[in-house]
Design a protein around this ligand. Structure first.
Ligand code: GAP
Length: 453
């Protein structure tokens, strides 16, 4: 059975070096996490899978990596400075501060149960910064709360340097920062996290068709690349659309506590390019935007055939990378009873996102002939460039298999005394623990087949 309990994942993450609480030795700081040796590998693999699907396997999408800090004006005109907030309620008895819409019971304090609460007030999630030698407290920059806005303001830069006809997209993977009132559920809601977002620019009128197409594309990625069964995913249309959106749906995953959001697909019309463009009055902007007197660039598109100059609509797909990793760990975590009072924990991750692709294990560590063969196999596997491949030289095969089951290594290659006679090694498969003898010369191809199919 996949994990029923988030605590199983939290414990595994700490024990095996995936995720550690941030600032831990100083008592921790809520909503912040540090990624350890296997966590960074898994995050890299998820990013890589997403980037491959969104950029390398298409002709119409370019990449971008914008700064994480940006000018205050950018966030004024995006609307975040004025309205990116959550409703804060404070308990007058114990002082606990809570996000009203996430309280267990809106009339009682989550901690002490008191009904003596303040009325809700807007609490900004923006993290303001004083960059340079400015007066104390003067905010002239923000840590970005999403990658999207930093893509819109680069629309013209990308289009001028990598010309495309509509429709085309720009993607970013990068950090986002939100001063969440109540970070919760491990890495589900963090204060510093990573997003993988696509902004797809389309001709007005084709937007709903593109919205539908992207819903399908993104759902398939979750199923095919992350190995999530279709029945554990669903679309949830937003009940209340934000004022500029024409359509918005979340992809939800069935967490142990119920369905919750992992990605958003949005039809944002011309709100973003319309908000940030110079000369707004030259365009017929459908969305309601703030008057912009500060922008220095027209963020419009000229149709090469008709010469028509207009603001494209945006279809956005917005995924949290940390949340994707969390979902993969929950879904592929199994505790298996092996009989005779023995059991194992195993992460049956899709091989491409597994942190370690293969481990080579000499059966005894003090036999140089065995270690030598193992090192040759290791070198051959590393030449494949599939990702991390490890040597396990502790001499305790049982412990080695348990460790690699827990971190999700799809295959272990064991070199034993018989190898010295017949040139064969054992491939031990993670999922069913089956073992097969193969010639050393075939190992690299076999492993490649297991990892990339
Ligand atoms: N540009 C649109 C945007 O940022 P969002 O729904 O606020 O949309 C997109 O965020 C995704 O980012 C979410 O579906 C979620 O996976 C992830 N995300 C949002 N807030 C998060 C947080 N505090 N911690 C971890 N992931 C978060």
């Amino acid at each position: 059975m996949p994990a029923k309990n988030v605590n199983d994942i939290v414990a595994l993450c700490k024990r095996r070096g995936f995720i550690f609480p941030g600032s831990e030795i100083y008592g921790g700081l809520a909503g912040l996490y540090d990624y350890g040796p296997y966590g960074v590998e898994m995050m890299r693999n998820i990013r890589e899978s997403w980037w491959r699907a969104m950029v390398y396997e298409r002709d119409d999408v370019e990449g971008l990596e914008a700064a994480q800090l940006s000018a205050r004006l950018m966030w004024k005109y995006s609307g975040h400075e004025g309205s990116f907030s959550d409703p804060l309620v404070e308990c007058k008895k114990c002082g606990l501060r809570m996000r009203q819409d996430k309280m267990k019971d809106q009339k009682k304090c989550d901690a002490c149960g008191s009904a003596d609460l303040t009325p809700p007030r807007d609490y900004t999630m923006m993290m303001g910064q004083s960059l340079g030698a400015v007066n104390a407290g003067e905010i002239n920059a923000y840590l970005r709360p999403e990658t999207a806005t930093t893509t819109y303001v680069n629309f013209k830069n990308v289009l001028d340097s990598a010309p495309h006809k509509l429709p085309f997209g720009i993607v970013q993977i990068g950090k986002a920062f939100r001063n969440e009132i109540s970070p919760r559920n491990f890495v589900f809601r963090m204060r510093e996290f990573e997003q993988a977002e696509l902004q797809y620019f389309v001709r007005p009128g084709t937007d709903m068709e593109q919205f539908a197409a992207w819903k399908k594309t993104r759902l398939n990625w979750w199923i095919n690349q992350m190995g999530i069964p279709a029945e554990k995913l669903r679309f949830l249309p937003h009940e209340k659309l934000v004022f500029y959106a024409k359509a918005a749906e979340d992809i939800e995953y069935e967490f142990p506590g119920g369905f919750d959001e992992v990605e958003g697909i949005h039809n944002r019309q011309d709100y973003d390019l319309g908000s940030h463009t110079k000369s707004q009055s030259e365009f017929k902007i459908a969305a309601k935007v703030m008057e912009n007197k500060d922008s220095t660039v027209k963020l419009s598109y000229s149709d090469p055939q008709t010469g028509e100059n207009f603001l494209p609509y945006v279809i956005e797909t917005a995924m949290g990378v940390n949340r994707a990793m969390f979902v993969a760990m929950l879904e592929h975590y199994y505790e298996e009873d092996l009989g005779d009072g023995k059991s194992r924990v195993v992460l049956k991750l899709p091989p491409r996102i597994a942190p370690v692709k293969a481990a080579v294990i000499p059966l005894a560590r003090n036999v140089p002939e065995l270690t030598e063969r193992a090192e040759h196999i290791l070198a051959d596997l590393r030449k494949l460039g599939l990702g991390r491949v490890e040597m396990e030289n502790s001499g305790n095969i049982g412990k080695n298999y348990r460790r690699h089951d827990e971190i999700g290594t799809p295959v272990c290659i064991t070199v034993d005394h018989q190898t010295l006679e017949d040139g064969m090694v054992t491939l031990r498969m993670r999922d069913d623990m089956s073992q097969v003898r193969v010639p050393i010369n075939d190992v690299a191809e076999r492993v490649r087949g297991i990892i990339v199919g």
